[in-house]
Design a protein. Structure first.
Length: 407
């Protein structure tokens, strides 16, 4: 008998019909003698719908109240799924994050799981029940409801699997695995049989939203075998996310990630003197804005420099306002801002031992006449910031250049 944690995402539980189909799927696993803990997201579109409602009332609603609001989405689906299971004769019980007790820190909107009390879950499993747990949510030490950030149900599932010592954590979604790139951008993208934790972590942090970053961090830290599968079609294999030594297919480049949530800000003509980066970025970080890429370059005019960085698009207006003030203080010439940029990244462990990948990437972009605005590299990735209108072209031409469509 195996203990399996399954997670069903928003589209997979997007309607009563879908919930009923998921219940059937769960029952068939249970009938094979497995123990099941199932974590679910809110029905597709619900989290966005509720966020929009809140913003009709306040521009920047309190993060605490946002968490109280958004967690209701998952409470709807856990109860409906438990009912659907009971309806087909499969004993089930639902728990919210607070009921299980999934304890997190107090950072509303992006809380981190600190501990999971497995007592109730184990009790219900021993009574032969399927346990349905609300994804994306927890409770802090003081009892305030928290959420784990967008896509957080993936992390709930992996954390549950780690806490329970489950045999596998299965993430059911609307694609049948992890592809070499987002199949919605490149139809020739190829499904991978397996991918290492390290590469998946890089892909997720560079924008591949198929798994939340923290879920991969958890899986890697606690060595949880993690599988991404389709809830719609029958493919028991999907993609396994596992340790590097278990990977059979070794590719130079494993995938291409993209991130559309980018915005770029530049301060032009700043006096080139010690402390500039600090003076520009300190007020940005004080406003709780995370900075991604940073480039400082020499300006054509002597003694002056240009300073550019990227932030999340949601922080664009706020960052722009701060930068106007900084410009006045530092006597810089101008602020330039652009929220129509994207980041495209090549990811692959094979890059470690291979020079020339960056040049090959830049050549492809040059051939397509795509201007690179910023570059950043690490041991296993190369990222470029480009104009959003070239996103598809860049992803597809790189995918074909590096032959990612071929085994
Ligand atoms: P869920 O609601 O089930 O959590 P998500 O929308 O969060 O689903 O994640 C699945 C989506 O991730 C897919 O529909 C796909 O468009 C996108 N995606 C991005 N990059 C990849 C990739 N490399 N492989 C597979 N899917 C990807
Ligand atoms: N419902 C949440 C979201 O839309 C959590 C999740 O789906 O994982 O981000
Ligand atoms: Mg998701």
């Amino acid at each position: 008998m195996a203990l399996v944690v399954q997670k069903y995402g928003g589209t997979s539980v997007g309607s009563v019909e879908r919930i009923t189909a998921v219940a059937q799927k769960i029952k068939s696993f249970k009938d094979k003698g497995n123990q099941l803990v199932v974590s679910v997201s809110a029905m597709s579109g619900e989290t966005n719908r509720m966020s929009a409602l809140a913003r009709e009332i306040q521009d920047t609603p309190s993060l605490r109240e946002m968490d109280v609001l958004l967690t209701t989405g998952e409470q709807v689906t856990i109860s409906l799924l438990a009912m659907a299971l009971q309806q087909i004769g499969c004993d089930a019980i639902s728990y919210t994050g607070a009921q299980v007790r999934i304890t997190t820190d107090s950072q509303h909107g992006k809380a981190r799981i600190q501990s999971i009390d497995d007592h109730r879950i184990k009790q219900s499993l021993s009574e032969g029940k399927v346990v349905v747990v609300a994804g994306f949510q927890g409770v802090d030490a003081a009892g305030h409801i928290t959420t784990l950030g967008r896509g957080g149900s993936d992390t709930t599932a992996v954390a549950l699997a780690a806490a329970l010592g489950a045999d596998e954590c299965q993430i059911y979604t609307d694609v049948d695995g992890v592809y070499t790139t987002d199949p919605r951008i490149e139809p020739n993208a190829r499904k991978m049989k397996s991918v290492s934790y390290e590469e998946m972590l890089e892909m997720a942090s560079l924008g591949s939203k198929v798994l939340q970053i923290r879920s991969v961090e958890f899986a890697s830290k606690y060595q949880v075998p993690l599988r991404v599968l389709s809830s719609m079609i029958d493919n028991p294999e999907g993609t396994l996310i596992t340790s590097e030594e278990n990977i059979v297919e070794r590719a130079l480049i494993s995938g291409i990630a993209h991130n559309k949530d980018e915005a770029k800000l530049s301060l032009i003509g700043v006096p080139d003197e010690p402390g500039i980066a600090y003076k520009i970025l300190k007020p940005i970080s004080q406003a709780n804005i995370e900075v991604d890429m940073i480039v400082q370059s020499v300006s054509a005019r002597e003694g002056l420099t240009n300073f550019a960085f990227t932030v999340h698009r949601d922080d664009f207006d706020k960052a722009q306002g701060i930068l106007q003030t900084v410009r006045d203080e530092l006597g810089a010439m101008a602020v330039q801002s652009d929220n129509q940029v994207v980041k495209v990244s090549l990811v692959g462990i094979g890059m470690r031992s291979h020079a020339g990948i960056a040049a090959q990437m830049f050549e492809v972009l040059h051939q397509e006449n795509i201007n690179i605005q910023m570059i950043s590299t690490s041991e296993i990735k190369i990222s470029v910031v480009i104009d959003e209108k070239y996103l598809e072209l860049a992803v597809r031409s790189l995918h074909s250049e590096f032959e990612l469509d071929k085994e």
